[in-house]
Write a protein that binds this ligand. Structure first.
Ligand code: VGL
Ligand code: ZN
Length: 208
């Protein structure tokens, strides 16, 4: 999928809590930052997603007495993996990695703000009904193709890519500009689900 004026880059959750040293570290998360900075220079339209939870969020294990991080529980909208507290609104862990350098980014879309609903996807919350408005923003700006990079490949990147396809966008994931969590085979599952949904999976060398 060529980069045109109708293409946007979506940089997903490159935040301190997802970097080694943070509360929900993704292995080698810091290694993608220089690559993302370099890739982003090729895009006129850059959107940044930011996980942005209120204290006591439903996806935090600490909000469910007796539960541990990585347990899976049932919430009104379905299964929810529980996480360590992370990306609490206005905390240092919720800030972007200090070396992320995207001066031309035009929109920061914050997600997971509803105390009772998680949102891995930058398009649609976990109830699969509440939209973030991102699809409307992109379509109103004439975007038809979304490239995605960031963290975590098997959670927020995958759900964002699947929802981009469902919303009618061409979707491309730059694999080496992502890192995954890999809970119980979630990384292999993510690759398979994205392939089945028609998400194009490429390497940065295809672009630079
Ligand atoms: C994410 C787990 C919880 C992600 C966000 O960015 O992939 N994962 N919140
Ligand atoms: Zn989160």
């Amino acid at each position: 999928m060529p980069i045109t004026s109708r293409t946007a880059l979506l940089v997903i959750d490159v935040q301190n809590d997802f970097i080694p040293g943070g509360s929900l570290p993704v292995l080698e998360g810091e290694r993608i930052v220089p690559l993302i900075n370099q890739l982003a220079r090729q895009f006129q339209q850059v959107v940044i997603a930011q996980d942005w939870h209120p204290r006591g969020h439903a996806s935090f294990a600490s909000s469910h007495p007796g539960r541990q991080p990585y347990d899976v529980i049932q919430l009104p909208y379905g299964e929810q993996t529980l996480w360590p507290d992370h990306c609490v609104q206005a905390s240092a862990g919720a800030e972007f990695h200090p070396e992320l350098d995207l001066p031309h980014a035009q929109l920061v879309i914050r997600k997971g703000c509803n105390p009772d609903i998680d949102s891995y996807s930058a398009f649609l919350e976990a109830d699969r009904r509440t939209t973030t408005g991102l699809a409307g923003y992109l379509s109103e700006r004439g975007i038809d193709t979304v490239y995605m990079v960031g963290l975590a490949l098997d959670f927020c990147v995958m759900y964002t890519a699947l929802d981009a396809r469902a919303a009618g966008f061409n979707a491309v994931v730059v694999l080496d500009a992502c890192r995954g969590i890999d809970l119980d085979g979630s990384l292999a599952d993510a690759i398979e689900r994205m392939q089945k949904a028609g998400v194009e999976l490429i390497q940065s060398t295809d672009l630079i």
